[in-house]
Design a protein around this ligand. Structure first.
Ligand code: C2E
Ligand code: MG
Ligand code: MG
Ligand code: MG
Length: 279
């Protein structure tokens, strides 16, 4: 039914669509309040150096603990925030909090913050980043900004300028979810990224020879462009082994740790952690 409805797009009105829209409005009002009360939390997921098991950086991931709905996933509320024009304020809070939290982490740990496409395009992004750094006292070299290809669907010249202004601040830039978009390879060469995060879908299929071939060429390109590479969504030690044999040095995923609150982050190598669990 939904397939046909999608294809023909005849309906101008349907009760289901209206209910969906109402729910979205409620969510938007509640989100506005939650942002106002600074109730959006940040969880952190470590990025691990595969060779040593050491934590090199953490990624900040927004969590909205909703009163009755429980945790609303960012996939849901980031879209609502963008549609309702709340993303700029939310992004401001996330950046400020992540920088402050990073000041309570070991000094060699970087913190990565996700930017949505609208946030990236907003006029005050560079000011927001500068403000978050100066307010927290975090050295700019410890902040990393993650953007996806969706950012580049809009005006490319303006995007390049924004990237260059951010890089001039001294922060680093990662291309997130690499490989799921349309013309990733061209973006990699056209923009001054520092890091590429290979999407989980490739790691899921790392046992296939087609995937291995693609990953090999990404590793090669990253070497040429002097980019650091991270594998996202690593869930097994078998995947770790394959990543290492491909020369991919960094990994992030449930195999190492789920995203956790700041206070639950552990800076020890996973072997030490595993031993502790057994004991
Ligand atoms: P992302 O930046 O690609 O973040 C990685 C997502 O993969 C996170 O989902 C993380 O929990 C999940 N993940 C990590 N390792 C594994 C694994 O081994 N297996 C599985 N199944 N999943 C894994 P999360 O936290 O739900 O975030 C989803 C997306 O929402 C993020 O994708 C990011 O695009 C966006 N997002 C999260 N926080 C923010 C934020 O503060 N601002 C903006 N603009 N976007 C955010
Ligand atoms: Mg990310
Ligand atoms: Mg990602
Ligand atoms: Mg992703």
């Amino acid at each position: 039914r939904s397939k046909n409805a999608g294809r023909n797009c005849f309906h101008v009105y349907s009760p289901e669509l209206k209910a969906e829209a109402d729910q979205r409005n409620v969510l938007e009002i509640e989100l506005r309040e939650a942002i106002w009360r600074e109730e959006i939390e940040l969880f952190y997921q470590p990025v691990i150096e595969l060779g040593t098991g050491r934590v090199k950086s953490v990624e900040a991931l927004a969590r909205w603990h909703h009163g009755t709905r429980g945790y609303v996933p960012p996939a849901e509320f980031i879209a609502v925030a963008e549609a309702g024009g709340l993303i700029v304020e939310l992004g401001h809070q996330v950046l400020a909090r992540a920088c402050r939290d990073a000041m309570n982490m070991p000094g060699d740990i970087k913190v990565a913050v996700n930017l949505s496409a609208l946030q990236f395009a907003s006029a005050n992004l560079v000011d927001t980043v500068t403000f978050a750094l100066t307010q927290s006292g975090l050295p700019q070299t410890r902040l990393e900004l993650e953007i996806t290809e969706s950012v580049f669907l809009a005006d490319t010249k303006e995007n390049l300028r924004t990237l260059q202004r951010l890089k001039a601040l001294g922060v680093s830039i990662a291309l997130d979810d690499f490989g799921v978009g349309y013309s990733s390879l061209s973006y990699l060469t056209a923009f001054p990224f520092d890091k590429v995060k290979i999407d989980k879908s490739f790691i899921d299929r790392i046992d296939r020879c087609e995937t291995v071939a693609v990953l090999k060429s990404i590793v090669q390109l990253a070497k040429t462009l002097k980019l650091s590479i991270v594998a996202e969504g690593v869930e097994s030690s078998e995947q770790v082994r394959r990543l290492q044999s491909l020369g991919i040095p960094l990994g992030q995923g449930f195999h190492f740790s789920k995203p956790v609150p700041l206070t639950e982050l552990s800076w020890q190598a996973p072997t030490a952690r595993r031993k502790r669990r057994v004991a």
